[in-house]
Design a protein around this ligand. Sequence first.
Ligand SMILES: Nc1ncnc2c1ncn2[C@@H]1O[C@H](COP(=O)(O)OP(=O)(O)OP(=O)(O)O)[C@@H](O)[C@H]1O
Length: 271
Amino acid sequence: MSDDTVLEVAGLEVTYSTNRGDVKAVQDLDLSVRRGEILGIAGESGSGKSTLAVALLRLLKPPGRVTAGSVEFRPANRSPVDLLKVHGEQLRVLRWSALSYLPQGSMNSLNPVMRIQDQFRDVILEHAPERKEALSEMIPRLLGQVGLEPRVGRMYPHELSGGMKQRVLMAICVALEPDLVIADEPTTALDVTIQRVILQSLADLRRDFGVTLMVISHDMGVHAQLVDRVAVMYEGRLVEVGDVHQVFKDPRHDYTRQLIDSIPKLGRRPS
Ligand SMILES: Nc1ncnc2c1ncn2[C@@H]1O[C@H](COP(=O)(O)OP(=O)(O)OP(=O)(O)O)[C@@H](O)[C@H]1O
């Protein structure tokens, strides 16, 4: 695996055991994520995108389990690890500081009775206690990175719009400069104007800070506007991976073509 690969997934299979039998939500999946890129994961609802994300993050819950494969993770200043084999303290150390997650519907995951700055403080002190002295400089800077004013730090979640909450969470996700951020449907449930702001903030985070992002979305318009490469999932398998312009211009799989045809014309990326 080359140095500029941050994550290499090989032969991943995830199975849900149900009373109607086993469902393979992810099958035979190979994928690599390059350092500094924005990689999109596309596919309609039920194609296995969220299952892939939680399996990579080791947040898969029963009845789901990984039944085959390996996930080699190469953080910049640490030894490579197979994410499927790390446990306990080693996994805790990787969370946030090397690998962070913006879950689907994450706007509701802010603590309603805590000021925003205290939510930053909790994450930063838990994972990087040596940064305690730097907090008063870090929090306004992180808010600024996603286009929010310093005063947002003193506010409570109910004082913020959905889009602002999403930006706060993005800032918390990148606070400890992780090697990889996995964002699941970061714009779903936001109105179109706010969606554009969130996509721009994600693009800015990559441009200004070199964040590597894996962005899961059922919406091909999001991929068209944001990502460098797109991987298309269908019934648990990857059917196509490639440069986003190339995939939009000349999709190799009929399913990809259908996904592209389903987006409004305005959302398309000019070729
Ligand atoms: N807890 C579960 N028990 C059984 N089957 C599940 C469970 N969670 C997901 N699945 C199945 O796994 C498959 C993939 O689901 P998954 O949620 O990963 O897809 P998705 O592409 O992320 O869709 P969405 O965008 O709607 O979340 C589906 O067939 C789904 O029914």
